[in-house]
Design a binder for this molecule. Structure first.
Ligand code: ARG
Length: 461
């Protein structure tokens, strides 16, 4: 029997049920749906719409339904269109007549919005914690890396040497912004829609403030139309996860590059690599490639919901049911990507000899020569041209750059010392730069931020 059999006669066509059913998707909201219903029941009790005994019976029955769902004995029925319908049906079967009072003053419109916000609060907080775990691995690896340096690239051409720690922390700071965004989204969505009804509130003495605090929300909705039609929080979550996915894709791409024979900077642990069905010698970075590839899907999920919402009139429209699949998919994919990349980065071996060898070419210190000339009083543009000319001659005439520097009247043997392997990176001394002293400071600030974010997440969990 449908929830609307009083109004519509003759039954619903099978295809309508097939088309509109969402139970396979929204059953993951069961826990939040039951929590929402229990808060609603207590609110009805405070408003005198249920006796204390009825409240006890309904709350207890909802606990039983939860237990059935947990132990797998809950039997879904073909008419259970969504999780809300299924739970209400079962409550009525178990509790008898009082079950028919559960939905008093409530609509599935405020109900589903409440469930989804409870779910989002929890999941986004857990995702933020997972991002912090990944950052933790990055900072651990950065500490282990010590003074190891590698070429920093622009345009994927060797540019200047940077500490490996600096490179790893660069990804760490991007992830810190992801944590911040996820927690800001959680703070903004922390509003209960329960009590908005179908769209306009109720004539019954409901208690939206009370149910909001009962459910742990920071407050209740201000406008019932907005409460049932707002999916900004899902869009924001999808954006946060899409950008997180983009950040993971950039890490993934570097792992792919670094583990090639051409680079040889990284050797994947066997547990985080895959083989080939045909080529016996292969060791492939599939995890890193999926981190790169799945970012497309996360962006797609964001786009899908934005397009669904575009032009929707107030208030609830069934289109809104399409919010859950992309959201749940992005949550699941982000969790898997974070777990897999965290494991990969915790176990990867960095080949510091290969990295340093690649960074020891004398031309990566070219800017140090120019800066040395600047310190002797030469204008930078002129210094740039002098050193550029020497690099050009060195390549054209196949003469080592050091020889040309030694022979140059404005440079000489003091300047040659700048070309020694490992020297250039030590000369990056400005705040936030890639050299050892600045990176030591950065590492301290990063660890501090990480600790503060851990505390923020713990206070929400
Ligand atoms: N399954 C629906 C959803 O996810 C629940 C709300 C249904 N409301 C309605 N008026 N048909 O949006």
């Amino acid at each position: 029997m449908t929830l609307w059999h009083g109004r519509l006669s003759g039954g619903t066509a099978d295809v309508v049920m097939d088309y509109s059913v969402s139970l396979h998707v929204d059953r993951r909201l069961a826990h939040d749906d039951i929590a929402g219903s229990q808060a609603h029941v207590r609110g009805l009790g405070r408003g005198g719409l249920l006796t204390d005994e009825e409240v006890t019976v309904l709350v207890g029955t909802l606990d039983r339904v939860q237990a059935e769902l947990d132990d797998g004995t809950f039997a879904f029925e073909p008419d259970d269109e969504d999780i809300h319908t299924a739970v209400e049906r079962r409550v009525t079967e178990l509790a008898g007549d009082v079950g028919a009072k559960l939905h008093t003053g409530r609509s599935r419109n405020d109900q589903v919005a409440t469930d989804l916000r409870l779910y989002a609060k929890r999941e986004l907080t857990e995702l933020a914690a997972q991002v912090i775990d990944l950052q933790d691995v990055l900072v651990t690896r950065a500490k282990e890396a010590g003074d190891t340096y590698l070429p920093g690239y622009t345009h994927l051409q060797r540019a200047q040497p940077v500490l490996l720690a600096h490179h790893l922390l660069a990804h760490g700071w991007a992830l810190a912004r992801d944590v911040d965004r996820l927690l800001a989204t959680v703070a903004r969505l922390d509003v209960s829609p329960l009590g908005a009804g179908a769209l306009a509130g109720s004539s019954l003495p409901l208690d939206p403030d009370g149910t909001a605090s009962d459910l742990g929300f920071a407050g209740r909705f201000e406008n019932s139309l907005d409460a049932v039609s707002d999916r900004d929080f899902v869009v924001e979550a999808l954006f946060d996860l899409a950008l997180l996915g983009v950040h993971l894709s950039r890490i993934g791409e570097e792992v792919v590059l670094w583990s090639t024979e051409e680079f040889g900077f990284a050797i994947l642990d066997d547990a985080f690599a895959t083989g080939s069905s045909m080529l016996p010698q292969k060791k492939n970075p599939d995890v890193a490639e999926l981190a790169r590839g799945k970012s497309g899907r996360l962006i797609g999920n964001l786009t899908a919901l934005l397009v669904t919402l575009k032009g929707l009139p107030l208030a609830y429209n069934r289109d809104l049911q399409e919010d859950k699949e992309p959201f749940f998919d992005s949550v699941d994919q982000s969790r898997l990507a974070l777990a897999a990349l965290t494991g990969l980065l915790a176990t990867v071996t960095f080949d510091s000899d290969r990295m340093q060898e690649a960074a020891n070419g004398s031309s990566v210190a070219a800017v140090d020569l120019a800066e040395w000339l600047v310190q002797q009083g030469m204008p930078f543009r002129q210094a740039h041209s002098v050193v550029g000319g020497l690099v050009h001659d060195s390549l054209e005439r196949h003469v080592p750059l050091a020889e040309l520097v030694e022979a140059h009247p404005a440079l000489g043997s003091d300047a040659v010392a700048l070309l020694e392997p490992g020297v250039a990176v030590t000369r990056r001394t400005t705040p936030g730069s890639a050299g050892p002293e600045a990176v030591a400071v950065q590492m301290g600030r990063f660890a501090h931020r990480l600790e503060a974010d851990r505390i923020r997440v713990a206070s929400l969990s």
